[in-house]
Design a protein around this ligand. Structure first.
Ligand code: NAD
Ligand code: UGA
Length: 463
């Protein structure tokens, strides 16, 4: 079977870029990306392609090349389902905030809604592809819903988790380390897998397209994120020891990373990992292990989160301690709010939690981020309030000029590793700050010797 028409439900950070790249690389396939969020769809359709809702280097060019030809964004979910022979489910799967598994399990209500809608609308056989990150064995539930509520048509369910990282999504999609496709071992299952493999084979060498059974595929996604996050927590744990002993975490990372068995990637000590997925996926993994009664397995992975929370809190408390044990009424400038560079995404960004701690100490926080919109920062404060924090929007001021954000500040905290921060006129920043002027480099990106020569007191992670 050759795929001719794809529908993707969910036009977010995954659905948007992945499907744009499929459309760009497969001009013979029509790709419809649909979403309930009309505002988001309108932004994807914005005449000025620079206004698409996801900021990713290179993405606007890809969208510009395919949009209106074989790539379409719409809110008409039913029509897109009906037309498609392959449907990707790429909706959000956040941590549950209620009921059984609250704070740990993945909330699958959006997945179930999609399955029910597909079942209700489909009048011909379809391949349904799980693109969202899901707990192992979700395909079973999806299959049940499709088969029991559908119109008698046949469905094949595949798992095709996405491994792109934000900020490098386009490169990751054009040139992935691997693509993973999981499916049933039945002949129909194999045929569906082949159909999806052939879509990717339009630009990805076949030896990088791995096929497995559905459960291995689902579990591999959670496992990959857990391993990546574990490396960050591991180096962050060592960073605290470095600060006590005179070792330098960058030197330690280089020394261990040159061992080819360890490798150099994902060894950057930081204020803590953020993003919508690492924490959510590990909590989910821990929850799954606990439901199977695997206490040691659950405790082992939970430690990755415990370490990360500690690192964020430690960064904030170091600021308070260094500023003579009080930040009340002091202006602290945050350079960066996104959870990493080259994205406008702020979900679970370490900046949010550092801000929470400092606002609770009555600091005034001035934020500058090159890509994050002011309203998104305020929304993050509202989100904290829903999680029981007493902070609100009032303590935060958002600036569009980094030099103004730092003017009269007592301290600067680097929360995101944006390249532009390195090129600033740090002498000018110093001249306009309160003295002594402190820099807390949560990303180890600045040249601390140079800053110290200017007169800053610098505190870097792991040094
Ligand atoms: P997102 O919140 O940016 O996008 C999800 C979209 O789905 C939203 O726009 C929402 O309106 C839409 N949606 C929800 N229910 C819908 C429905 N019934 N019908 C139509 N639209 C609906 O989320 P995301 O970051 O794109 O993540 C999606 C999934 O991919 C998650 O499971 C996530 O774990 C996984 N993932 C994310 C990344 C990443 O870098 N963000 C990477 C790999 C995997
Ligand atoms: C991560 C994975 O890298 C992707 O493979 C996966 O598809 C995705 O999660 C997902 O499932 O959502 P992402 O969260 O977009 O991608 O970005 P990462 O580059 O992994 O960074 C995550 C966090 O870890 C960021 O806050 C980053 O600053 C931090 N980090 C990363 C470090 O602190 N140190 C490092 O060495 C690497």
């Amino acid at each position: 079977m050759k795929v001719k028409n794809i529908c993707c439900i969910g036009a977010g950070y995954v659905g948007g870029p992945t499907m744009s790249v499929i459309a760009y690389k497969c001009p013979d396939i029509k790709v419809n990306i649909v979403d309930l969020n009309a505002e988001r769809i309108a932004a994807w359709n914005d005449e000025d392609v620079n206004n698409i809702p996801v900021y990713e280097p290179g993405l606007s060019d890809i969208v510009a090349a395919a949009r209106g030809k074989n790539l379409f964004f719409s809110t008409d979910v039913e029509k897109a389902i009906e037309e498609a022979d392959m449907i990707f489910i790429s909706v959000n799967t956040p941590t549950k905030t209620y009921g059984v598994g609250k704070g740990m399990a993945a909330d699958l209500k959006y997945i179930e809604l999609c399955a029910r809608q597909i079942a209700a609308v489909a009048k011909s056989d379809k391949i349904v592809v799980e693109k969202s990150t899901l707990p192992v064995r979700t395909a079973e539930a999806v299959k049940n819903i499709l088969e029991n509520t559908g119109n008698g048509v046949k469905f094949q369910i595949l798992s095709n988790p996405e491994f792109l990282a934000e900020g490098t999504a386009v490169d990751d999609l054009l040139n992935p380390d691997r693509v993973l496709v999981g499916g049933d071992t039945t002949p129909e299952g194999q045929e569906a897998m082949n159909a999806l493999v052939e879509v990717y084979a339009n630009w990805i060498p076949k030896d990088r397209i791995l096929t497995t059974n559905v459960w291995s595929s689902e579990l591999s996604k959670l496992t990959a994120n857990a391993f990546l996050a574990q490396r960050v927590s591991s180096i962050n744990a060592i960073s605290e020891l470095c600060e006590r002993t005179g070792a330098d975490v960058n030197e330690v990372a280089r020394a261990i990373g040159t061992d080819s068995r360890i490798g150099p990637k994902f060894l950057k000590a930081s204020v803590g990992f953020g993003g919508s997925c690492f924490q959510k996926d590990i909590l989910n993994l821990v929850y799954i292990a606990r439901t199977y009664g695997l206490t040691e397995v659950a405790d082992y992975w939970e430690q990755v989160i415990i370490m990360n929370d500690h690192q964020k809190r430690r960064f904030a408390s170091n600021i308070v301690k260094t500023l003579y044990n009080t930040v009340s009424g002091k202006k602290i400038a945050f350079l960066g709010w996104a959870f990493k560079k080259d994205t406008n995404d702020t979900r679970e960004s370490a900046a949010i939690y550092v801000a929470d701690d400092l606002l609770n100490e009555q600091a005034g926080i001035a934020v500058y981020d090159p890509k994050v919109e002011e309203e998104a920062i305020y929304r993050d404060m509202d989100y904290l309030a829903t999680r029981g924090s007493s902070v609100n929007r009032k303590g935060i001021t958002v600036y569009t000029d980094p030099y103004e954000a730092c003017r009269d500040a007592h301290a600067i905290a680097i929360l995101t590793e944006w390249d532009e921060f390195k090129g600033y006129d740090w002498q000018r920043i110093y001249d306009n700050m309160k003295k002594p002027a402190f820099v807390f480099d949560g990303r180890n990106i600045l040249d601390s010797d140079q800053l110290q020569k200017i007169g800053f007191i610098v505190s870097s992670i792991g040094k």
